[in-house]
Design a protein around this ligand. Structure first.
Ligand code: ADP
Ligand code: ZN
Ligand code: ZN
Length: 734
């Protein structure tokens, strides 16, 4: 009303409520001459900036309590997201208690967040002219590059970016153009909706368990979630493919979520081989424009299959028919910063909203999903046999108490490796630390090189002659003298991949070693290349971090060794045991994929540990079910519901005080347990002190209610202004 008097026109104008991408949990009112559709993007002034937000609806000027500015620009004529994704994002904002404007922005490709039009852009493309079509190709025999390119263009037009991607020569391109054998034109990509289902290669003959799984999914009366629990190599992917075929045949689309980018090319190839339908990938290696194009393909129905990592769960589809979450236990499905959502959990919600089946696949399902099966919320499909000729793996536990180790390798392990290599097999050594050594120690006085900004030791990187902190990224030159006593007797303590690689090269000079970790795969495409080399057995010895524990097939590997599993056996993290069980089982799954029998060697100081024994003798499925009983006793997830407030600040007491203020504001309720404030596992990181406050509650509904009720008040607390803070609903790591 106050604004109305300032602007005589606005009495007749409209007021719209806009969700703006800012960390404030409310909508903002703007004047607008015409009311855009709900879900259309608008550009609005916000403070000194221009932001892109979403129109959430209109109200009368009288109903608006705020002083208003006018919308700068209406970007979309219609809602930019599909209705189900719009609903999903609103649901997620509420469930995760994250500001709606930020959540909605998260659902968009970057270019759309920046206000670009939601449409394809014309791009330069080339095609053969009539003269080019008529030419005898042999006439170009002295210009091989031109010949090759013309042949390609005679088969069909190519986008300029594809010509570059396929490494045709640009001077050949120009030469052909000068000879008028080819011509450039503006290509307007458009969503070609009417793809038809076609099989590329014949499906495999299913084994009885696979057949049962595919049949169950196809025959379901009502769409529902499935847990496809299949040991590694049991043919889960084949089940996905055949279940998808039914959906695609009906002209519907399929969304496939995979945990890691490293996994996507392999999956893509398998899918491309099977189905002759348009498949698009959504992942971080795409340019913003490519990402938008892929997104439009999905939204407008041009893509039959979309394969992507976690954020692909927000992709709109015109005709979604199925969602598949591969490796549903994988922690990368949870976003760990900003808008902290879990793609698997959102997939279940989306499946319900869109009435499509959701298949969660894993050899090592999360305890959450196992419990959902027990509660009859998911149907259970099991594959207990390895597909084809592959046989199950054997475990061998090596007690390394008092054993001399060479870069972490025990003598029995070295002997087993030697035998395996002599038989022409491939071995994989797994260690979860990259670099040369996890710490630098003074041999004379015991000084350890500690990161200046974190409660952590620097990792020694020999090759780069550096100390690196793996927590904040800090880098230092490798010192030659102890900072305390000046001694030059500095030694690396512990073992990392780099040292392991070096030692293995010395121990087995006849067998080349390939290291796969974050350092060796930094260059674009190098991970792909390393994985291909590993698969083809170009390197008999593989050394890697958990990067290689995920879903890759190394058919020649018959021996897998895990050098040190003790840390996880005695961790304070309640999920550590579950993670260890998953890791051992997944790493073991790399062995014996082909017909040879695989062996997994586990080195430990605690061979008698109950968890380890349970896992080895009873397998992951039984192991997980006994962990689940423990969780029930302690009321931890999936039985208890958690929420975690985090705060960090340059002064420890600020972080602590902020969380204390939150704790004081929370209502007392007999079923709500509040733990903390307490320091995070690593209290200081990148120069900031980190604290946390854990809420534990038996009922999810109650947790939601309490948070809903308290958050508006909490956000006003003056103590929070001095810290960075966040709320994590269903936290994974803390
Ligand atoms: P998972 O995804 O469960 O690890 P995959 O689907 O990758 O397993 O299958 C493992 C291997 O077994 C692949 O090489 C696949 O081609 C093969 N395979 C799967 N199902 C069958 C089948 N029914 N008959 C023969 N080979 C199969
Ligand atoms: Zn010293
Ligand atoms: Zn650091």
């Amino acid at each position: 009303m106050n604004a109305a008097s300032a602007n005589p026109e606005s009495a007749t104008s409209n007021v719209i409520q806009v969700a703006v991408p800012v960390p404030l949990g409310r909508l903002f009112d703007y004047d607008c001459s015409t009311v855009p559709a709900v879900g259309a993007r608008v550009q609005v002034p916000f403070g000194s900036r221009q932001l892109v937000g979403f129109c959430m609806g209109s109200i009368t000027p009288e109903a608006s309590e705020y002083k208003r500015k006018a919308v700068s620009k209406i970007i979309d004529q219609q809602a930019v997201l599909s209705e189900p994704v719009w609903q999903l994002l609103q649901w997620a904002a509420e469930y995760y208690h994250h500001p709606l404007g930020e959540v909605l922005a998260h659902g968009l490709p970057v270019l759309l967040r920046q206000g670009e039009a939601a449409s394809y852009q014309t791009t330069q493309a080339y095609r053969a002219t009539a003269a080019g079509q008529a030419l005898e190709l042999n006439d170009l025999r002295n210009a091989r590059q031109q010949q090759r390119l013309l042949a390609a263009l005679r088969a069909g037009p190519l986008l300029r970016r594809d010509i570059v991607a396929q490494e045709f020569s640009l001077s050949a391109l120009k030469a052909l153009q000068d000879k008028a054998l080819i011509e450039v034109f503006q290509h307007q990509p458009s969503a070609e909706r009417d793809w038809t289902f076609a099989i590329g290669s014949e499906p495999l003959q299913l084994n009885p368990e696979q057949a049962l799984a595919v049949a169950a999914i196809g025959a379901a009366q009502r769409p529902q979630p499935y847990l496809l629990e299949g040991v590694t190599g049991s043919g889960k992917t084949e089940v996905y493919l055949q279940a998808m075929a039914e959906v695609l045949r009906k002209g519907k689309q399929v969304l496939v979520i995979v945990p890691e980018i490293g996994l996507t090319p392999q999956t893509l190839r398998r899918f491309q081989k099977r189905f002759a339908v348009p498949i698009v990938m959504l992942h971080s290696a795409l340019s913003d424009r490519e990402r938008l194009d892929a997104w439009l393909d999905a939204r407008d129905g041009a893509a039959a299959i979309v394969i992507g990592t976690r954020s692909a769960i927000f992709t709109p589809f015109s005709q979604l028919g199925m969602i598949i979450i591969d490796e549903e236990h994988d922690s990368s499905l949870k976003q760990q910063e900003g808008f902290r959502y879990h793609a698997r959990d959102l997939a279940i919600v989306r499946g319900q909203k869109e009435q499509v089946p959701v298949i969660l696949g894993s050899a090592t399902p999360s305890l959450e999903s196992i419990n959902n099966v027990a509660q009859k919320r998911y149907a259970h499909l099991q594959l207990t046999q390895r597909a084809g000729a592959a046989r199950p793996t054997r475990h061998m536990v090596v007690d390394i108490k008092q054993m001399p180790l060479k870069a972490g390798l025990s003598v029995p392990l070295i002997e087993r490796m030697r035998e395996e290599l002599a038989r022409g097999q491939q071995v994989l050594v797994f260690i979860n630390r990259r670099g040369f050594a996890p710490a630098l120690l003074c041999h004379e006085c015991g000084w350890l090189a500690q990161c200046r900004r974190c409660d952590a030791y620097y990792t020694v990187h020999q090759r780069q002659q550096q100390l690196q902190c793996h927590h904040c990224g800090d880098q230092q030159r490798l010192p030659v003298q102890c900072h305390d006593c000046g001694s030059t007797q500095l030694v690396g303590r512990g073992v990392g991949t780099e040292q392991l690689e070096q030692t293995l090269t010395e121990l087995f000079p006849d067998y080349p070693v390939l290291r796969i970790d974050r350092d060796s795969t930094r260059r674009k495409g190098s991970l792909q290349k390393h994985l291909a080399d590993a698969t083809e057995n170009k390197f008999p010895i593989l050394v890697g971090t958990q990067m290689i524990a995920k879903g890759h097939h190394f058919p020649h590997v018959t021996l897998v060794a895990m050098l040190d599993i003790d840390g996880a056996l005695y961790s304070s993290d309640f999920r550590a045991a579950e993670r260890l069980g998953q890791l051992i089982t997944q790493v073991a799954g790399r062995a014996g994929r082909a017909s040879a029998l695989g062996t997994v060697v586990l080195q430990t100081h605690h061979p008698e540990h109950d968890l380890l024994q349970d896992l080895i003798h009873n397998g992951y499925a039984a192991f997980a079910r006994s962990l689940l009983q423990e969780r029930q006793l302690t009321q931890l997830p999936p039985f208890g519901q958690l929420a975690l407030f985090r705060a960090e600040a340059h002064e420890a007491q600020h972080a602590q005080a902020a969380l204390q203020a939150i704790a004081d504001q929370l209502p007392h309720h007999p079923e709500l347990m509040v733990l903390g404030p307490m320091p995070a596992v690593m209290e200081r990181r990148a120069g900031r002190y980190r604290y946390q406050l854990l809420l534990q509650c038996q009922q999810r509904g109650l947790r939601q209610q309490l948070l809903q009720h308290s958050l508006p008040k909490l956000q006003q607390l003056p103590e929070l202004r001095r810290v960075r803070w966040s709320l994590d609903v269903d936290p994974q790591d803390f």
